[in-house]
Design a protein around this ligand. Structure first.
Ligand SMILES: NC(=O)c1ccc[n+]([C@@H]2O[C@H](COP(=O)([O-])OP(=O)(O)OC[C@H]3O[C@@H](n4cnc5c(N)ncnc54)[C@H](OP(=O)(O)O)[C@@H]3O)[C@@H](O)[C@H]2O)c1
Length: 266
C-alpha cells in the first residue's frame, strides 16, 4: 500500500500527472494549452529572438507564435531550404511577421562560430535565446570535432552558442532595461542517464554507448548548464534569466530513431 502512495506522490511531484491529464497548473496553463493561448495579449514587438532548430517541430511553432506576437525571429537551422520553407509558412499566416534565417549546425564548432559572426554582423539586439534544436537516440556517431553526436548537438553546440552570444544579451538587457531570457529545451529523460550522471571520461566511448542514456546525459547537461549560468548571471547582476524546460511529449521528427515512438506517428 505504501509503495502505491509513494508511486502516486512521485507522479505528482515530477509533473507527469499534470502532463498526462492536461490539468492546469499554478500558472493557469497546462500541457493542453497552446502557444497562442499562453502568449495571448503579449506584445513582443521590439524583441529579437533566436530559435535554434526553428525550421521544424517545437522550434517552428515557437518561431511562428513569437513572430505572430511581433518579435523579430531568427530561425537558426542546419537545413536552409527547410528554414526558408518555415519562414514562408509563417509569412503566409502573418504577412507582417519579421523572420530571418541563418545557417547553424550545432554539431560543428566552426558552424556555431560562423553563425554568431553572421548574427553579430546584422547589428541587432538579442533579447531571447531559445536553445531548442536536438536529436534523440541516434546510433553512435562522432561530430567533425570528434564529440559524440547527441552530446555535441544537444549540449556542446548550445553551450558554445550561448557563451558567444552572452555579451550581446547582457548589453541588450542593460541598454533596454528589458530582462533577457535564455531557455534550454531539456527533457524528463535527463533522469534516465548513465550511472554517474554525465560520464565525462566516456562521452566519446563507442563501447559503453547506449543511445537512450546518451540522450538523457545530454539533456542533464542542458539542465546543469541552465542552473549554473543562471547562478552566475544572478551573482553578476545581469538582467537575464536562464531556465530549462521539459516541453511535454509531442510526436515530432525527434522520434525518427525510435521504432516504438515512430509507430505511434504512423
Ligand atoms: N517532442 C518531444 O516530445 C520532446 C520531449 C522532450 C524534449 N524535447 C526537446 O525539444 C526540442 C525540440 O524537439 P522537437 O520534438 O521539436 O524535435 P524535431 O521536430 O526533430 O526538431 C528538432 C530540430 O532540431 C534541428 N537540429 C537537429 N540537429 C541539428 C544540428 N546539428 N544543428 C542545427 N539544428 C539541428 C532539426 O533540424 P533537421 O530537421 O535538420 O534535423 C529540427 O529542426 C529538443 O531539444 C528535444 O530534445 C522534445
Amino acid at each position: 500500500m505504501l509503495w502505491i502512495l509513494k508511486y502516486f506522490f512521485e507522479i505528482v511531484r515530477t509533473g507527469i500527472f499534470l502532463l498526462v491529464t492536461g490539468c492546469r497548473g499554478p500558472s493557469g496553463f497546462g500541457s493542453a494549452s497552446t502557444a497562442e493561448e499562453v502568449t495571448e495579449g503579449i506584445d513582443a514587438s521590439g524583441l529579437t529572438v533566436i530559435v535554434t532548430g526553428g525550421a521544424s517541430g517545437l522550434g517552428l511553432e515557437t518561431a511562428r507564435v513569437l513572430a505572430l506576437r511581433g518579435a523579430h525571429v531568427i530561425i537558426a537551422a542546419r537545413n536552409l531550404r527547410a528554414a526558408e520553407d518555415a519562414k514562408n509558412s509563417i509569412l503566409e499566416q502573418c504577412r507582417t511577421a519579421n523572420v530571418d534565417v541563418l545557417k547553424l549546425d550545432l554539431c560543428s564548432i566552426q558552424s556555431v562560430r560562423s553563425f554568431v559572426e553572421s548574427f553579430k554582423a546584422l547589428d541587432l539586439p538579442l533579447n531571447i535565446l531559445i536553445n531548442n534544436a536536438g536529436v534523440m537516440f541516434c546510433p553512435f556517431q562522432l561530430s567533425e570535432d570528434g564529440i559524440e553526436a547527441q552530446f555535441a548537438t544537444n549540449h556542446i553546440g548550445h553551450f558554445l552558442l550561448t557563451e558567444l552570444l552572452l555579451d550581446k544579451m547582457k548589453y541588450t538587457a542593460r541598454v533596454t532595461g528589458i530582462e533577457g531570457r535564455i531557455v534550454n529545451l531539456s527533457s524528463l529523460a535527463h533522469a534516465h542517464t548513465y550511472k554517474n550522471g554525465i560520464e565525462f571520461d566516456k562521452i566519446n566511448d563507442q563501447r559503453s554507448y547506449e543511445d537512450k542514456k546518451a540522450y538523457g546525459q545530454s539533456k542533464l547537461a542542458n539542465i546543469l548548464h541552465a542552473n549554473e549560468l543562471s547562478r552566475r548571471l544572478k551573482e553578476e547582476g545581469a538582467n537575464i534569466t536562464v531556465n530549462s524546460v521539459h516541453p511535454g511529449l509531442i510526436m515530432t521528427d525527434l522520434m525518427r530513431h525510435s521504432v516504438t515512438l515512430m509507430s505511434k506517428l504512423n
